[in-house]
Design a protein around this ligand. Structure first.
Ligand code: G3I
Length: 484
């Protein structure tokens, strides 16, 4: 299975010792000698700790900052230079939609989608998938379908596209824009809706089976204002899904703000309330009419304030790339120069909350003082974990999910390669097995759900490079771990 890309290697949190961060100038676990801090270094800490690109600045709190990419612009070097420099997540603007990926029934075409995907991963970016089931941008053959025939076509489409990108997409917008605008709180009338009210949950169940590693999102616009009927309707649906076990992991707030749908400071409340339902949230298509710097900063701070806000995606690079160029709604002018809104967002990311995404961070061995580390920041399935000096890089960031997984890079799991003493503990694409589930006990042990054995630094080793295995639980200091 191909792995999805990592954010750039400059990723780190602001809490990292500055000199450590500067000294570790290469990928992952290859640590350089670290000089002790000096008074001079401490004085200049604030200045140097600020990151100079959106992606690196967002990564300080474990988040991403992404953009929509249009395949037709990938031969524009001014465009790709900015996109590559500033962003560490990519959404295909149109290329993974239904009309692009299944132009004829049963005949899939991933040429344009793969162009965007490949550009992203070749440049070290993660990819959001957009979008699998939607009333708009359906190919002609699908527009003319109805009833069970359309329902089956939707299921087949989800399976076909997700199979192609299996294990490669961090978040998928499974269903897009299913609620009506206005005050009704009703579902949008569409051919998909007319197949039966359960079409959305069928889409999510199909998606979970097709790619268990992807986070599955519902995505919509005009759902940012907590008081709006559309927001409340979406909230009721997500709450119902969580109660009934319909597999939904995240909600995408498109965030196309304009005079008819302005930003309201209660957006933060909205994000918090959805997160409290037990889903992640993301800002997925941000653009703001006129690009007011303060509003851009406020949206950024709203995401930073919510631990389950995974990141922000703007809907295009320069104003001239926008679907609404007349609104000049983005962070870069047509000539590639940075707008005041860019600086406002960057400052917000640099000065912003250090609240990491929920239940996420390094795992430190009590006996060694060293961290659970993927050697060389590798992404290959089967790579055995080791102890290494804690450096707060992405290959040491572990998220304990509600399912009990310990995830790294978003879609790789801490995985036991066996059930006996000495079994290798490795990374592997998340698939939901019990060998990928772990209990974090109050005494500091991390117990494999399948084996009942403990995460163990082999031979009570404490040095860099000590391998991680399963072993009978003893509560020794080589089996106790802290999460900071
Ligand atoms: O590429 C063809 C071109 O060959 C043709 O000559 C031309 C004629 O109009 O159309 C071009 O395709 C256009 C395509 O964008 C690429 O530029 C389509 O007409 C146009 O409809 C399409 O618009 C996209 C729109 O979704 C369609 O619904 C926008 O680029 C895209 O930014 C926009 O994105 C949506 C999200 O997916 C969902 N949320 C709202 C957001 C903004 O509308």
């Amino acid at each position: 299975m191909a792995s999805h890309a990592l954010p750039p290697p400059t990723v780190r949190r602001k809490t990292v010792g500055l000199l450590t961060a500067l000294a570790v100038g290469v990928l992952g676990a290859v640590a350089a000698p670290v000089a002790p801090p000096t008074a001079h270094a401490a004085e200049s800490r604030a200045e140097i700790a600020a990151e100079s690109t959106l992606g690196a600045a967002a990564a300080q709190s474990g988040r991403y900052f992404g953009t929509a990419i249009a395949s037709g612009r990938l031969n524009d070097s001014a465009y790709t230079t900015i996109a590559n420099r500033e962003f560490n997540s990519v959404t295909a603007e149109n290329e993974m939609k239904i009309d692009a990926t299944e132009p004829q029934r049963g005949q899939f075409n991933f040429t344009a989608g793969d162009r965007v995907y490949n550009w992203a991963v070749q440049n070290g970016k993660q990819v959001r998938g957009h979008t699998l089931a939607w009333h708009s941008q359906q190919p002609g053959w699908m527009q003319s379908l109805s009833g069970s025939n359309l329902r089956q076509a939707m299921i087949d489409h989800i399976k076909g596209v997700m199979a192609h990108y299996k294990g490669k997409i961090v978040q998928w917008d499974v269903v897009n824009e299913a609620f009506a605008d206005g005050s009704s709180g009703a579902r949008r009338d569409s051919n998909l809706q007319r197949t039966g009210n359960d079409w959305i949950e069928v889409a999510f169940r199909t998606a979970r089976a097709a790619d268990p590693a992807a986070k599955l999102c519902y995505n919509d616009y005009n759902v940012e204002n907590w008081t709006w009927a559309k927001t409340q309707a979406m909230y009721a649906m997500v709450k119902d899904f969580k109660q009934r076990g319909v597999p939904i992991d995240c909600v995408g707030f498109q965030s196309h703000f304009n005079s008819g749908s302005p930003y309201d400071s209660n957006f933060r409340t909205t994000l918090q309330n959805f997160a409290a339902l037990g889903v992640d949230v993301a800002i997925t298509e941000l653009d703001i009419q006129g690009a007011p710097a303060t509003t851009y900063a406020n949206v950024t701070k709203d995401c930073l304030a919510v631990p389950r806000c995974l990141g922000i995606t703007v809907w295009g690079v320069r104003d001239t790339d926008s679907w609404r160029p007349e609104h000049s709604p983005l962070l870069f002018n047509g000539d590639g120069s940075k707008k005041p809104a860019y600086t406002a967002v960057l400052n917000a990311l640099n000065g912003g909350s250090t609240t990491p995404p929920a239940d996420s961070g390094p795992i430190k061995g009590v006996g060694s003082g060293r961290c659970l580390d993927v050697p060389g920041a590798g992404t290959t399935d089967g790579t055995q974990l080791q102890l290494w000096d804690c450096n707060n890089r992405t290959n040491q960031q572990w998220t304990h999910t509600a399912a009990g997984e310990l995830r790294v890079y978003g879609n790789k799991c801490l995985d036991a390669a066996g059930t006996g003493n000495g079994a290798k503990v490795q990374i592997y694409g998340c698939w939901g097995g019990d060998n990928q589930k772990w209990r974090l006990t109050s005494d500091g042990s991390i117990v494999g759900v399948q084996s009942g054995l403990c995460l163990d630094a082999a031979a009570s080793g404490t040095a860099n490079g000590t391998l991680i295995q399963l072993y009978s639980c003893s509560n020794g200091s080589n089996q106790r771990w802290t999460r900071t």
